[in-house]
Design a protein around this ligand. Structure first.
Ligand code: TTP
Length: 685
């Protein structure tokens, strides 16, 4: 039997269709929904004295992200300001404290992570294998297979072919000309004469009706792919209220999704690609928001993607290298072959606090260890609910301001059954800290859970219940006859510095654990170098105007009552009662989400993949990775690098351990062979 898509025109089978999804004012939406505030009411999310998310009603009043609280209040006296949740000492959950303070509280992004996990679960439900998480509220989805299957069913199945309307030739199906498309209701179809394209696309307004008619008549099969994709995206949007950009590749899809915010989807036809790209500011293109983009702009004295068209591949290669030259040549024409790839979910998580001024007393360390312990506890529990994973190691890491090398100490992570309260973690962390030859003053304290792997104890749930009953009130988690081998510090190990790494301690994290201590690096300036491709459509610079979906511009009511996203945020952000560790009620709702990748990156950089691309003059460039960082993110971004350094440290220890192991096994093998030879010779004699 032939594949369902085998009758599709060959050109369609090569063409990809990509959705880019970016939720509107994400944190602000989460807070609107949590508080039941209608979206027409101006609201901003505050972190200490800065704003990190601003809803569209507040934007209308001239408020922008990174305004100070005072500036925002002056511009909009009725602005609703919501401070992000924070952890305070002695509490078991992050809370919305009325007056949190940097010196005593720790920011929690957990409500946004929870909302994000639920939304990604929906994306995956629609497209199980092709979702790539780009940030906490942003994803690329490759919908090519879905679209081609639907197109085949609709137009190229034997039944559909026999009824084919508009066909002039009844031979080969690949010769069928596509029926005319009615774009109404599908979204905003990009048109270079459009006035809806806001800041990033200038319009060339004098295109006439004739052009538009011609464009609508010249519907192509790859336009039909976009139609089916738009239908799918509408379905997803009905489930989650969000933004979508639909195009044939990742770069174009991302550029599109910013065009018609809030609450709309934008479609870019191949025939419009060159018009669209011509006026796009060069640094708005994905991967060009940082160092490379600035270098190209400065060297070639260009501002828009179209300005780059006059340079040949050879010229670009001579200035920026072979691969980058080709990539630049393509990308400024909207040609991008980068795949949508699912990323591996992270194997570790860290919570961190920088101290300004550094702390000098053990009582201060105790305060912060308690807070960080609660944060780690909450996140480990959340991860368990979503991914059914449990960490292998617990880690404490700190910087002493008078000592150049940071210090770490790790131990086994408490078993799930014995983790009856955050205290279990905090106490263990404090012991680790005290046993680590600590020195004051301390400028940063981080705690981590590493080696997150699927918890194979799901199968022994009944036994867990038994342990819970006996253990739930035990402070140490090891009382009442239940002995937890992981709940003592016998296995602790000090990882002081790289010079001290080859301790040969048998309690060093196992090779398996260490390999899983993954932190994904995803810098904005990473340049992918796709192979050169050309497309006759994309080379067509002739103006082709596409009509705009009439209904697409209609304002959509965003009363909280009618927003589908409410359902998720309500559950996601409602204060949770912390259950005893072995309460198995959460085991019953196993949610198949596998897209919490980049959690450390996302958390520690404050989700600034998008920030870097929309960098403002306030941001500074990180010396280590060139990423654009806003002032309030600096300390968290530093922590992110710290986590990466730790990862490297672990890897290097692991490599040495592996080498030793290999040598040991080889020695064993040699000995076996020698013995076998010996007996064989003896027998022969
Ligand atoms: P964005 O998607 O960049 O922005 P947004 O969703 O608030 O607004 P828009 O509708 O324009 O897309 O970021 C997602 C969330 O990440 C945002 O709601 C808050 C958080 N964030 C920060 O905390 N700091 C930052 O610098 C940026 C850019 C985002």
């Amino acid at each position: 039997m032939s594949k369902p898509t085998s009758l599709l025109p060959a050109s369609l089978r090569r063409q990809r269709v990509i959705l880019h999804i970016d939720l509107d004012c994400f944190y602000a939406q989460v807070e609107q929904v949590r508080l039941g505030i209608p979206s027409e009411e101006p609201l901003a999310v505050q972190q200490w004295q800065g704003l990190i998310a601003v809803n569209y009603a507040a934007r209308k009043a001239g408020i922008q992200r990174h305004c100070t609280v005072e500036e925002a209040r002056a511009k909009c006296p009725n602005l609703r300001l919501v401070h992000v949740a924070t952890y305070a000492n002695g509490e078991l959950e992050p809370k919305y404290h009325p007056d949190p303070h940097y010196a005593t509280h720790k920011v929690s992004l957990q409500p946004y992570r929870r909302a994000s996990a639920r939304i990604f679960e929906i994306f995956q439900r629609f497209c199980p294998d092709t979702v790539q998480r780009a940030s906490v509220d942003e994803a690329f989805i490759d919908v090519t297979d879905h679209v081609n299957t639907k197109l085949s069913e609709r137009f190229f199945s034997s039944a559909a072919l026999s009824l084919f309307v508009g066909s002039e030739d009844d031979g080969d199906s690949t010769e069928k000309s596509p029926p005319e498309i009615n774009w109404d209701g599908l979204g905003v179809v990009y048109s270079s004469s459009s006035s809806t394209t806001q800041d990033i696309v200038a319009s060339s307004a004098d295109d006439n009706i004739e052009d538009q008619e011609r464009a609508s008549l010249s519907s192509s099969w790859d336009d039909w792919q976009l139609v089916v994709a738009a239908e799918l995206s509408s379905e997803i949007r009905a489930t989650v209220f969000k933004e979508l950009g639909i195009a044939h590749n990742k770069t174009l899809a991302k550029l599109c999704s910013a065009l018609n915010k809030p609450n709309n989807q934008t479609i870019l036809r191949n025939s419009e690609t060159m018009n669209f790209m011509q006026t796009i500011p060069f640094h708005k293109i994905r991967n060009l928001g940082g160092k490379l983009g600035t270098e190209v702009e400065n060297v070639l004295k260009i501002e828009t993607a179209g300005d780059l068209w006059k340079f040949s591949i050879e010229e670009l290669q001579s200035k920026f290298g072979m691969a980058t030259g080709i990539w630049l040549y393509n990308i400024c024409r909207g040609i991008d072959t980068e795949e949508v790839t699912q990323r591996n979910i992270l194997k570790s998580m860290m919570a961190s606090k920088s101290f300004r001024p550094p702390v000098t007393k053990m009582s201060q360390i105790e305060h912060w260890v308690n807070i960080l312990g609660v944060e780690l506890y909450t996140r480990v529990k959340d991860d368990y609910e979503i991914n059914q994973r449990w960490p292998k190691n617990l880690l404490v890491h700190y910087k002493c301001s008078t000592h150049p090398t940071p210090r770490s100490k790790s131990s086994f992570f408490p078993h799930r059954i014995s983790l009856t309260s955050p205290d279990v973690i905090s106490r263990k962390l404090l012991t680790l800290f005290k046993n680590s030859d600590y020195e004051f003053p301390c400028s940063n304290l981080s705690v981590g859970a590493t080696g997150l792997t699927k918890d194979d104890s799901l199968g022994v749930m009944d036994i867990s219940k038994f342990f819970l009953k006996r253990n739930v009130n035990s402070e140490s988690g090891g009382g009442d006859g239940v002995v937890n081998p992981c709940n003592n510090l016998a296995g602790e190990v000090l990882i002081k510095s790289s010079s001290d790494e080859n301790t040969g301690n048998k309690f060093l994290p196992t090779a398996e654990n260490v390999n899983k201590y993954e932190i994904s690096e995803n810098h904005n300036n990473t340049v992918n170098t796709p192979t050169a491709t050309t497309s006759s459509n994309q080379k067509n610079i002739n103006k082709t105007i596409v009509k705009k979906a009439a209904s697409a511009k209609k304002p959509v009511s965003r009363n909280s009552a009618d927003i589908g996203i409410l359902k998720f945020f309500d559950n996601a952000t409602a204060p949770r009662e912390i259950k005893p560790a072995a309460d198995d009620s959460h085991m019953k709702k196993i949610v198949p989400v596998t897209l919490l990748d980049k959690s450390i990156n996302t958390i520690l950089t404050g989700n600034n993949a998008a920030a870097a691309e929309s960098s403002s003059s306030l941001s500074t460039q990180c010396q280590k990775c060139d990423q654009m960082i806003f002032p309030h993110q600096i300390s968290e971004h530093e922590d992110y690098h710290l986590a990466l350094d730790l990862q490297r440290e672990y890897r290097s220890i692991d490599r040495k351990r592996n080498q030793k192991q290999v040598m040991k096994e080889e020695r064993k093998k040699r000995r076996k062979v020698e013995l076998a030879d010996f007996f064989e010779t003896k027998e022969r004699k």
